[in-house]
Design a protein around this ligand. Sequence first.
Ligand code: HEC
Length: 139
Amino acid sequence: MSTMRCATTTALFLILIASAVAASRSAWSGVYSQDQASRGQKAYNSQCARCHGEALLGGENSPPLVDREFLDKWYGKSVGSLVDFTRKTMPSDGPGKLSRRQCTDIIAYLLSANGFPAGESDLDSDAAVLNEILIQPKP
Ligand code: HEC
């Protein structure tokens, strides 16, 4: 009897995992639009470039936001976690002032600068949507 219950629990658990995996999308699937990345670039230049540099290569005390050093830290995490981190902690000398929308546009620009392709529509600033998009190594 308890073996049966265990098998049922295992089956339910596997179904849950399968649906969670099916719901997630890769950041390689064209998750932002070119227009959005351009808006994000303008915001980046006015809010972020003074520390992280116009070419996103980092500055004296600020890390780069492109290439291996940056990506290695974010692989396996969601675009949502990157938006949340940025909104809560950046700019480091006065965080919490960017709207979700602005921050999502800036992250679209970061994705573009890191070689992730643009798609048809904007990256939605809704947390539940953003949390399902994974930053992964190029497939
Ligand atoms: C006053 C300087 C300054 C400004 C302006 C600034 N940052 Fe930062 N940023 C930092 C520093 C310092 C760190 C490293 C400390 C940390 O990770 O908390 C950092 C870290 C980051 C990281 C994590 C990098 C990594 O390696 O994982 C991201 C993403 C980021 N900043 C994005 C932004 C964005 C987007 C803006 C503009 C809205 C911005 N920052 C504005 C100083 C700044």
